[in-house]
Design a protein around this ligand. Structure first.
Ligand code: GDP
Length: 196
C-alpha cells in the first residue's frame, strides 16, 4: 500500500526552508483536533508517525514524510487554535498560504474535518487558497464512528452539496481512525493522483 513504511524526511518552519521539490507532494491539512495526526498514522500504519505538538502558541512545522513510491506526504500544521497568539497565527497563515498557492510539486490536498463540525471558515479559506490551482482536493470526514449511520450519510451528502460548485475537483468521504474505516477509499483516491 502507498503509505506503508513512510519515512520522516524533514521539518520546516518558514517558507524559505522549503526543500527543493524532489517528488510529487500530497498535503494533509485540518483544524487542530480534527483528527489529522490520527488519520495520517492510520494510513501509514504507524502508531505515532505524525506527532503534532498540542501546545498552543508553539511555532508549528510542516513535516515531510517520504512514501515508498518516492512521493512525499506533507503534514501541514493544524489551524484554528483560539489561544494562538496573533504573531504565530500570521506566521502559520503565511507558511500555509505560500505552500498551497505556490508549491509546484504539490499534486493534491487532503483536508481533514471532524465529521461533527465540517467546513469551518478556516477550512473554506484553505480551499480558496488551493482550488485555483485546479488540483484535486479530497475531504476526509473523520471520527465518523461518533455518528450513527443516518447522520453520517447526511453529513456526507451536505458537504458534497456545499462543495459541488468545485465540481469533480473535490471528492468527499467518511473516515474513522478508531474503526480504521475509509482507509481503502482514501488510498485509492490519493493513489490515483500519483498514477498508482
Ligand atoms: P489533530 O490535532 O488534527 O492532529 O488531531 P488528533 O489526531 O490528535 O486527534 C484529536 C483527538 O480526536 C484525539 O483525542 C484523538 O484520539 C481523537 N480522534 C482522532 N480520530 C478519531 C476517530 O476517527 N474517531 C474517534 N472516536 N476519535 C478520534
Amino acid at each position: 500500500p502507498l503509505f506503508r513504511n513512510a519515512q520522516f524526511e524533514i521539518s520546516i518552519a518558514k517558507p524559505s526552508g522549503l526543500p527543493p521539490p524532489s517528488g510529487a507532494e500530497i498535503a494533509f491539512a485540518g483544524r487542530s483536533n480534527a483528527g489529522k495526526s490520527s488519520a495520517i498514522n492510520t494510513l501509514v500504519g504507524h502508531v505515532r508517525l505524525a506527532f503534532v505538538s498540542k501546545t498552543p502558541g508553539r511555532t508549528q512545522l510542516i513535516n515531510f514524510f517520504r512514501l515508498n513510491n518516492g512521493a512525499l506526504l506533507v503534514d501541514l500544521p493544524g489551524y484554528g487554535y483560539a489561544a494562538v497568539p496573533e504573531k504565530i497565527r500570521r506566521e502559520w497563515q503565511a507558511l500555509i498560504e505560500v505552500y498551497l498557492k505556490k508549491r509546484e510539486s504539490l499534486v493534491g490536498l487532503v483536508l481533514i474535518m471532524d465529521s461533527r463540525r465540517p467546513l469551518t471558515t478556516l477550512d473554506r479559506q484553505l480551499i480558496d487558497w488551493f482550488a485555483p490551482s485546479g488540483r484535486p482536493i479530497h475531504v476526509l470526514l473523520t471520527k465518523s464512528d461518533k455518528l450513527s449511520r443516518g447522520p453520517a450519510a447526511a453529513v456526507l451528502q451536505d458537504v458534497r452539496r456545499e462543495l459541488a460548485p468545485l465540481g469533480g475537483q473535490v471528492t468527499v468521504q467518511l473516515f474513522s481512525s478508531l474503526k480504521k474505516s475509509g482507509v481503502e477509499e482514501a488510498e485509492r483516491v490519493i493513489g490515483g493522483w500519483l498514477g498508482a
